[in-house]
Design a protein around this ligand. Structure first.
Ligand SMILES: C[S@@+](CC[C@H](N)C(=O)[O-])C[C@H]1O[C@@H](n2cnc3c(N)ncnc32)[C@H](O)[C@@H]1O
Length: 214
């Protein structure tokens, strides 16, 4: 993904970092462009697993696996990593007061994993990143009240979906409907899940006045 395409996502991530919690740790910061956007905040660290991965020199780097070397963390940013990697880093701790998360490939799985591990979704946002939807999810310790398709696709995103999310859901609906059709009578769990997802997406698109097909 180009720096230009990722720029709106880094802006969204930065805008969802709350004030009043320190330190802020951008885990797997890579180039450091997101950490550099947080210069208004008091204590910001960019981390990478290996020294050769650490990027720009105007941010403070810590070479670390996840959040391991920190005694306590105010905000953990975990972006551009897989759902299980992110859930694992949060589970190993220390548990931050707030986590701001972006999973490129599988936001439904990260929402489900985190809800099961005692995190509640506090805010959500989304922007287009190239041809994909970048979903940013902010979680805090607590009990997540949403379940099923609503939890998987973004319960707070659905309240006021940005156009990019509606476009994404419209693109996803035929894929999900095809899974529901292909698994009927063969894989009841997958069929139930895909049918719920298709119904949820159809309802959201309908509410927003977006035709589900055509
Ligand atoms: C695809 S890059 C994402 C970079 C940036 N966070 C973004 O969203 O644009 C993922 C980065 O996470 C780092 N990473 C993966 N697992 C990590 C871990 N356990 N601790 C620290 N960094 C990790 C990788 O080295 C890689 O640089």
């Amino acid at each position: 993904m180009s720096r230009q395409a990722a720029s709106a996502r880094w802006d969204l991530l930065a805008s969802m970092v709350p004030t009043g919690h320190a330190p802020i740790v951008d885990v797997g910061a890579d180039h450091g462009h997101l950490a550099a956007r947080l210069s208004d905040h008091a204590e910001v660290f960019a981390t990478e697993r290996a020294p050769h991965r650490a990027g720009r020199s105007d941010v403070r780097w810590v070479i670390a696996d996840g959040l391991a070397p920190f005694r306590q963390v105010g905000v953990a940013i975990l972006a551009g990593m897989g759902a299980h990697t992110i859930a694992g880093i949060l589970a190993r701790g220390p548990r931050p007061a707030v986590a701001v998360i972006h999973v490129p490939d599988d936001p439904p799985t990260v929402r489900t994993l985190l809800a099961a591990d005692g995190w509640r979704i506090d805010a959500e946002g989304a922007v287009a990143e190239g041809s994909r939807l970048a979903e940013v999810i902010r979680v805090v310790p607590g009990q997540e009240p949403h379940r099923g398709a609503e939890l998987r696709w973004g319960p707070l995103l659905a309240k006021r979906p940005p156009q990019a999310a509606l476009d994404h859901w419209r693109r996803q609906l035929p894929r999900v409907q095809a899974i529901a059709a292909a698994t009927k009578g063969r894989d009841p769990d997958k069929h139930t899940r895909a049918s719920e997802d298709a119904a949820w997406l159809t309802a959201c698109l309908h509410r927003a006045g977006v035709p589900a097909s055509g």
